[in-house]
Design a protein around this ligand. Structure first.
Ligand code: NAD
Length: 462
């Protein structure tokens, strides 16, 4: 049996970062991953490849329809889908190799195979050829992530009816793509294929898109994405989808069946806890299939911890990373902390949509008195120069103390801009603090300053 100080099962953003942090702290760390490539869903078949496709498809749209306005004429713009997909694969390949290099540099021992608890302090790794390796450590972190949720009646065939994994690699632009679910995945990948020329219909069960996002921002997103040609059917519950030859049929309550050539199922994700050997240490799952943990990521079994998508909280790569670091620091140094009030969420559509903290609806339902400042990107010089003027920044601050409670942005580079809001909130800033900070001119970040000024009714360029 190979002995280590810590065994991490899963090498996604939560697991590999936890392994690196423990190695930095001088510990002998093992990381078990069954996929040949490190990086987990985020890197292999999630965040990174989707961002590559979003970027390329945005360039395609710009070359076809937007550059002329800048005086740049592009005649005969053509799509080379194979090259676009190859670029994405190269980016993913480079980054997964990068994690391998980080493991080597930090002396993290990697085991390839299915990791499974085998009693207190013990893990077995079963390789693809069936060979079993036994590992032992006083601390074990479960970071096995999540997989796409299935929907009763939707017959996934791994080709025409698939999940985000298939939608990241269609070899041909679909004629008509039906997306089930208007969450992050549905909107991002729906945008990619719409830009590349597909007719895209998004079917959403709720009467709105982007559940959990601030209503006002989600309403604007619906309007702007609709303008790009995405068709939405809201309040529409999908009950079945099946392949018939080269066509698919999607059935939903109250609407005639829809015929299309591809279906993307994006109705959420579920934790990966199958065959983890939880019973060998007496662990059971909660009602949503997650591993219960305390505030410090400890499970009910001594020496076993869990982080990321397998536990409570939003399924976001950066949340998993923070938990990985905090969990390891808690184990080996006695302290470690994640502030769940300042975890940003970003949907990388065009424009991007980003938020941190409380939504206006949450504040209302909590009965909390707040003031609100809104600034439109069209009042910003840099946004005009960029030619991306749609969207707004909205800041919500406590009515008495002026402390910032939530920031919601739809607009150019919202995903980058939200970092300032997250930092401000982490430091307990008031909207007045933000308003009094010098922001370089001309930058998009000035919209945050203006929205902060607007909380007090004194935006200068509104
Ligand atoms: P989601 O939970 O964000 O959205 C799923 C949507 O499907 C919901 O709006 C839901 O109402 C709808 N739905 C459910 N059942 C339906 C039915 N029968 N018919 C029609 N609609 C139905 O899920 P997702 O987009 O699949 O994303 C999964 C997870 O991955 C999320 O937790 C998300 O945070 C994460 N993710 C994040 C990013 C990012 O940060 N940019 C990107 C992709 C995924």
């Amino acid at each position: 049996m190979s002995a280590h100080d810590l065994i991490v099962i899963g090498a996604g953003p939560g697991g590999y970062v936890a392994a690196l942090r423990a190695a930095q702290l001088g510990r002998n760390v093992a990381c078990v991953e069954r996929e040949p490539a490190l990086g987990g869903t985020c890197l292999r078949i999630g965040c990174i490849p989707s961002k590559a496709l979003l970027e390329s498809s945005e360039r395609y749209v710009a070359a076809r329809a937007e550059l002329a306005e800048h005086g740049v004429r592009c005649a005969g713009v053509e799509l080379d889908l194979a090259a676009l997909l190859a670029r994405k694969d190269k980016i993913v390949g480079g980054l997964t190799k990068g994690i391998e290099a980080l493991f080597k540099k930090n002396k993290v021992t990697r085991y390839t195979g299915h990791g499974r608890l085998a009693g207190p302090g013990r893990v077995t790794v079963t390789a693809a050829d069936g060979r079993v390796t036994e590992l032992g450590a006083p601390h074990i972190i479960l970071a096995t992530g999540s997989r796409s949720a299935e929907l009763k009646g939707v017959e996934l065939d791994g080709d025409r009816i698939g999940t985000s994994t298939e939608a990241l690699a269609y070899k041909k632009v679909p004629e008509h793509l039906v997306v089930i679910g208007a969450g992050y995945i549905g909107l991002e990948l729906g945008s990619v294929w719409r830009r590349l020329g597909a007719k895209v219909t998004v079917l959403e069960f709720l009467p709105r898109i982007l559940p959990g996002m601030d209503d006002e921002i989600a309403d604007e997103a619906l309007k702007l994405l609709g303008r790009q040609g995405l068709e939405f059917q809201l309040g529409c519950r999908v009950t079945a989808a099946r392949v018939k030859g080269r066509k698919c049929t999607v059935e939903c309550e109250g609407v005639a069946p829809i015929e299309c050539d591809r279906v993307l199922l994006a109705v959420g994700r579920v934790p990966c806890t199958d065959d983890l050997g939880l019973e060998t240490v007496g662990l059971t799952l909660d009602e949503r299939g997650r591993i219960p943990v305390d505030a410090h990521f400890a499970t009910a079994a001594a020496g076993v911890y869990a982080i990321g998508d397998v536990i409570r909280g939003p399924m976001l790569a950066h949340k998993a990373e923070e938990e990985g670091v905090a969990c390891v620091e808690r184990i080996f140094t006695g302290y470690g902390h994640v502030n769940y009030d300042t975890i940003p969420g970003v949907c990388y559509t065009e424009p991007e949509i980003a938020s941190v903290g409380r939504t206006e609806e949450q504040l209302k339902s909590e009965g909390r008195a707040y003031r609100k400042g809104v600034f439109q990107f069209r009042g910003n010089g840099r946004a005009r120069a960029l030619g991306h003027v749609d969207g707004r920044v909205k800041i919500l601050a406590d009515a008495q103390t002026d402390r910032i409670l939530g920031v919601h942005i739809i607009g150019p580079r919202a995903g980058d801009l939200i970092a300032e809001a997250a930092v401000a909130m982490e430091f307990g800033a008031s909207s007045e603090d933000l308003a009094r900070c010098t922001h370089a001119h001309p930058t998009l970040a000035e919209c945050l300053k203006e929205a902060a000024l607007a909380v007090d009714g004194r935006a200068l360029h509104a």
